[in-house]
Design a protein around this ligand. Structure first.
Ligand code: 4NP
Length: 195
């Protein structure tokens, strides 16, 4: 018995208190109106940045729309074209936000205030433990108080480049936040083992 305790000590056995696990955001859902421009792009950029950091296996990432108009659709060709230009491949089929998404994801990020308002209403139809709902640009280090990722649907190619730039830097900052949050939680939860 003493030997087992010694081995545990030697390996610096770290136990994580179950209550602290729930504070880590590991399942991330991006939400926009149609789920064919902003949110599938955010999903693809976020996944690529996770891959570059070698931490893609630690996260579940998805995207969806408030509207039911583009269920089953591929992303807008302008979004795909612009993303390819930046070496980002988007693989996604449109789907609508549903109440159970609030049970299945830890962090739900909306692209604009209108999406946020609508998502709040969907969240009210979910019961039990729910993920946190936040605005995507609350993680943008250069937002200068702007809350919305602009809707590029009625605009031109420049609008698609603009959202790529916003989402790219915001995803970097979001991952920095998530990784720091994880380190803090693991540190807090370290239970020293004693002989
Ligand atoms: P998204 O853009 O919300 O970024 O996917 C839009 C896509 C389609 C429409 C509006 C916004 N639409 O009206 O069909």
């Amino acid at each position: 018995k003493l030997f087992i305790k010694y081995v545990e000590k030697a390996q610096f056995c770290v136990r994580i208190a179950p209550s602290t696990r729930s504070f880590m955001y590991k399942k991330i859902l991006f939400v926009c109106l149609g789920n064919i421009c902003r949110s599938p792009l955010a999903e693809a950029i976020f996944k690529k940045q996770l891959e570059i950091r070698g931490i893609q296996d630690q996260y579940t990432v998805d995207s969806c729309g408030i509207s039911n108009q583009h269920i089953g659709d591929r992303p807008d060709p302008r979004t795909i074209r612009n993303a390819r230009h930046h070496d980002v491949e988007i693989i996604h089929i449109g789907r609508q936000l549903i109440p159970s998404d609030f049970n299945n994801f830890d962090l739900i990020l909306t692209m604009d205030r209108s999406n946020f308002q609508n998502a709040t209403e969907v969240s009210a139809r979910a019961s039990g433990k729910k993920g946190d709902l936040k605005m995507m640009r609350s993680f943008d280090p250069e937002s200068l108080g702007t809350q919305d990722v602009p809707d590029p649907w009625y605009g031109n190619e420049e609008g698609f480049e603009e959202i790529f730039q916003i989402l790219s830097r915001t995803c970097e900052s979001l991952i920095d936040f998530l990784e720091k949050q994880q380190q803090t939680e693991v540190k807090k939860a370290r239970i020293p083992t004693s002989l």
